[in-house]
Design a protein around this ligand. Structure first.
Ligand code: DP6
Length: 361
């Protein structure tokens, strides 16, 4: 499929007004997306676990204008309050998706959104937020074109979500989602995320993710600035190649169920992401002392217990702890007894792998 396939020709139905609600999860990348080309095309393929309880719920209300306007008209509220600071991001999103949803200027839109996780937790809400909004807009398009099939609906939702925030395209459907062209991954695309369809060993079913909130402050580096650091980065080419190789490795690992090999790939990806930031110009150190303290404790725990707890990081100081369902009891006890002390206000979130977005109304 190409971008052109997402430009609708005409709409057979008329829709005056209505509302829809979607709930969409966050996701955690195992192979990281870091670096992008124009139009949100990723510089390398990535794969993520979809999360379950870290979600954004978005209601979109729409009412047809008497006359089509030049501008988008939208109201925005977050957790029940008007949220002006989100406007520029949404405005930009609507501008980007305008060619693919030509009805947008025909409607007054009202967007109400809330998160299941604490707002100031430092957890990226762009993946869950942008995917929920993309799905709501697609539900409106489906009303205008009732013949639309499910596959097109899902693809295009991911395609639009990507234009809002790259990683958001991995939050639509599936427990493991690949985004970005990869030679050995069936139907993978730079334009949208696709569920990973290969064999996955039971070891990886219901995998756990506990998110340790080390630093709940504002992001030190915005994702746009971050991705830009990969332009002219001395190690960029090598890094992009490595992401392809790591996806090949993970493909084998998912089939064999080899948890030790899984840990090697996942932790190396996290550290490579941070190494890229430390070796770019300008350079950033996004880990905090407590991030490192946690990582060292994880190494020690693994050595002492033989269990398969591992960490991954996004572009910040918080730590995602991944572990198999079977090892939950001992691992959670360890987190509560030994790692909680490194979290701001002792806060952490226990989550697990989920299956994607849900339409609530
Ligand atoms: C480190 O998806 O937030 O979390 O496309 O600019 O919105 P934009 O970037 P974003 O980048 C996420 C980067 C990452 C790794 C990942 O999720 O793959």
């Amino acid at each position: 499929m190409t971008e052109k396939d997402f430009i609708p020709k005409s709409y057979p139905a008329q829709v005056e007004q209505g509302e829809v609600t979607w709930q969409s999860p966050s996701n955690i990348a195992l192979v990281k997306y870091w670096g992008k080309l124009e139009n949100q095309i990723p510089a390398n393929p990535s794969i993520s676990f979809t999360l379950d309880s870290c979600r954004t719920t978005t209601t979109l209300k729409f009412k047809k204008k008497q006359q089509r306007a030049d501008n988008f008209h939208f109201d925005l509220s977050f957790e029940g309050e008007k949220k002006e600071s989100f406007r520029p991001k949404i405005q930009k999103f609507l501008e980007r998706i305008d060619p693919y949803l030509p009805f947008l200027r025909d409607y007054d839109l009202s967007i109400e959104t809330s998160n299941s996780f604490p707002h100031s937790s430092g957890i990226a809400s762009s993946a869950s937020g942008m995917s929920a909004l993309a799905l709501c807009l697609m539900s409106l398009e489906k009303q205008l074109n009732p013949e639309m099939n499910e596959e097109y609906f899902t693809r295009k939702s991911s395609f639009l979500a990507r234009l809002g925030s790259g990683s958001a395209c991995r939050s639509i459907e599936g427990d493991l989602v690949v985004w970005g062209m990869h030679n050995n991954i069936y139907r993978s695309s730079d334009l949208y995320g696709v569920p990973f369809r290969d064999e996955v060993h039971d070891n990886f079913k219901n995998y756990r993710d506990t998110i340790l909130l080390v630093d709940k402050g504002e992001k030190q580096v915005s994702s746009t600035v971050g991705h830009d650091l990969m332009n002219d980065h001395p190690y960029a080419e090598q890094r992009f190649r490595q992401a392809h190789d790591n996806l090949d490795k993970l493909k084998k690992i998912f089939r064999s169920g080899d948890l030790d090999e899984f840990i090697k790939v996942v932790e190396s990806e996290a550290l490579t992401l941070h190494a890229m930031m430390m070796t770019s110009q300008p350079y950033f150190i996004l880990m905090k002392p407590n991030t490192l303290a946690i990582i060292n404790k994880v190494f020690k725990f693994r050595e002492e217990t033989g269990l398969h707890l591992c960490f991954t990081l996004d572009a910040g100081a918080n730590v995602h702890l991944l572990f198999p369902e079977k090892e939950e009891e001992k691992t959670l006890q360890f987190i509560e007894n030994e790692l909680k002390q490194y979290c701001q206000n002792g806060q952490y979130i226990t989550d697990r792998v989920g299956s994607g977005a849900k339409k609530l109304a």
